[in-house]
Structures are given as structure tokens and as C-alpha cells.
Design a protein around this ligand. Structure first.
Ligand code: COA
Length: 260
């Protein structure tokens, strides 16, 4: 059996590729479990600063739930699947590293929800996006209703969730659903790597502290968020990398960060 999801490492960057192009990289039970396994593997490796999630082929990033598998599932199996989305995929938004969806084609239903779990999104120009679930008699069930409303605001979220309409990459960019577009499908990964280079080259303690502090803004009221930010700053203040950055500035050279 071919591997459902591939993991490749390039120094501080991990590239995770859903590799089921014949099924438009749809999320079968085994694919979701494999993504969970990869998340656990990456969690134990503090040298990873960036994780890029993408799909194989040039048609789909991920076409959502595997609808062929879904046809044979009982209601209780569907419930288990909803639980698995939550337990196996949440590492994308709780990890110590920044997660980036590199969207190489259609991101539909659970596929868009997967991209929404990531911290950042970059898309190829011919990508398409949509949450068609209500047209299938269900609702987005992998956190989509919550995350799209937080990202875009209630009104734009309702437009996409209630109509289920598909939008193109230009509209996704204008809405803020993706951060940026790559010039072409072929240049998607290189564009993502170039964009994230400051993270991969950065001071790891500061990168992790900044990521945790910005993520905290989603769940904390302002006063508590400011306390969180202060505690995160303290971790940087104590670091040798902060001193190295100041020395490098004075000596007009690039800093050599060691994650200490
Ligand atoms: N689950 C399982 N198989 C899927 C799938 C899914 N979510 N989406 C596509 N496939 C399969 C198709 O059934 C087809 O298989 P077949 O050749 O055995 O019939 C194969 O992938 C290619 O799909 P096709 O629709 O012919 O390709 P396309 O290039 O014309 O369109 C998509 C690609 C992704 C735009 C289109 O497949 C699509 O809209 N899929 C449905 C997505 C969806 O509604 N997801 C929401 C789930 S809640």
C-alpha cells in the first residue's frame, strides 16, 4: 500500500504531503490517523520551526472527507471520525512550530478545515475553496464553523458556510482566507519556503514565544493576553540568542542563533 501521508525534513522545515491524488487527497480514517502519527513524531523534535502541509498532484490540496469511505460508515463511525479530526489534527494549531498550508488545488470541506487549522496559508493561483457541507445535509465538522468565523468574521463565514459556494484564489486572498498567492503551482513550495525563511533562520526561543503569544489572543481577554505576552517576553529576555542579536547588530554581522 502506498504511503498516505509523506513526511520530509529539510533542516528546520518539515514538509507533510497528503499523498492520495487518485482520491483528491481526501481524508480517510487511515489518512487522519497517519496525520496524527506525524504530528506526534514532530512534537518530540524541537529542531522543527516550520511545518508545511500540502497535497500531492495539481488538482486538490484535499477534497475533504473521503466520501467513498463515508458511504459505508455507520453513524457511530462518523461520530468517531469527528472525534478523530479533533484529536489527530489539533497539533497543527497547538504545536511549538508554525504550521503553513501550501494549497496546491481544491481545498473543499474538510480540506479547507485542514487549511484553517494551520497558522498561515499560501495558495497556488488555480486553487479553489469552499465549505459545501450544508449541501450534503451536514455542517463542517472538523472545526470549520468556529475557525472560519474567527478568521473572517461572522458575516463572511456565514456567506461561505450557508451558501457552500466555491471561491477562487483571488477572492480567497481578498477575503483574508489565504495570506498570499504563489506565482504558479510549480513555485508553491519554494514560495512558501522563501516566505518562511525568516522563521527558519530566526531565534527559536523568540519564534516560539511570538507564535504562542499571537495564538493566545484567540482565546484570552486582553488583560490576560497582555500577561501572557509578558511571560513570553521573559523567556526571550533570559536567552543567550537575545544577547547574540545585540552583539551581531553592533558588529554589523548576521546573528548566529543557537536556540539558547
Ligand atoms: N472523497 C473520495 N473521493 C473523491 C473525493 C472525496 N471527497 N473527491 C473526489 N474524489 C474522487 C472522485 O470520485 C473521482 O474518483 P473516480 O475516478 O473513481 O470516479 C476522483 O477523485 C477524481 O475526481 P473528479 O471529480 O473526477 O476530479 P475533478 O478534477 O473533475 O474535480 C474536485 C476535483 C476536487 C473539484 C472534485 O472531485 C470535487 O468537487 N470533489 C468533491 C469535494 C467535496 O464536495 N468535498 C466535501 C466533502 S464534505
Amino acid at each position: 500500500m502506498s504511503e498516505l501521508v509523506r513526511l520530509e525534513r529539510q533542516a528546520a522545515v518539515a514538509v507533510v504531503t497528503i499523498d492520495r491524488p487518485e482520491r483528491m487527497n481526501a481524508l480517510s480514517w487511515a489518512t487522519v490517523q497517519r496525520l496524527g502519527e506525524i504530528g506526534r513524531e514532530l512534537a518530540s523534535d524541537l529542531s522543527v520551526l516550520t511545518c508545511i502541509l500540502t497535497g500531492a498532484g495539481d488538482k486538490a490540496f484535499c477534497a475533504g472527507a473521503d466520501l467513498k469511505e463515508r458511504q459505508g460508515m455507520s453513524r457511530s463511525q462518523v461520530r468517531e471520525m469527528l472525534d478523530a479530526y479533533r484529536s489527530e489534527l489539533s497539533w497543527l494549531e497547538t504545536s511549538e512550530f508554525v504550521s503553513v498550508a501550501a494549497i496546491n488545488g481544491a481545498a473543499l470541506g474538510g480540506g479547507l478545515e485542514l487549511a484553517l487549522l494551520c497558522d498561515l496559508r499560501i495558495a497556488a493561483p488555480l486553487s479553489s475553496f469552499g465549505l459545501p457541507e450544508t449541501g450534503l445535509g451536514i455542517i463542517p465538522g472538523a472545526g470549520g464553523t468556529q475557525r472560519i468565523a474567527r478568521l473572517l468574521g461572522e458575516s463572511r463565514a456565514l456567506d461561505l458556510v450557508l451558501t457552500g459556494r466555491r471561491i477562487d484564489a483571488k477572492e480567497a486572498l481578498a477575503l483574508g482566507l489565504v495570506n498570499r498567492l504563489a506565482p504558479s503551482r510549480e513555485q508553491l513550495l519554494d514560495s512558501a519556503l522563501a516566505w518562511l525563511e525568516p522563521v527558519a533562520q530566526g531565534a527559536p526561543i523568540a519564534q516560539r514565544a511570538a507564535l504562542a503569544a499571537v495564538r493566545a489572543a484567540r482565546r484570552l481577554p486582553l488583560e490576560q493576553g497582555l500577561d501572557f505576552e509578558r511571560a513570553a517576553y521573559e523567556r526571550c529576555l533570559e536567552s543567550a540568542d537575545r544577547e547574540e542579536a545585540l552583539r551581531a547588530l553592533a558588529e554589523k554581522r548576521k546573528p548566529r542563533f543557537q536556540g539558547k
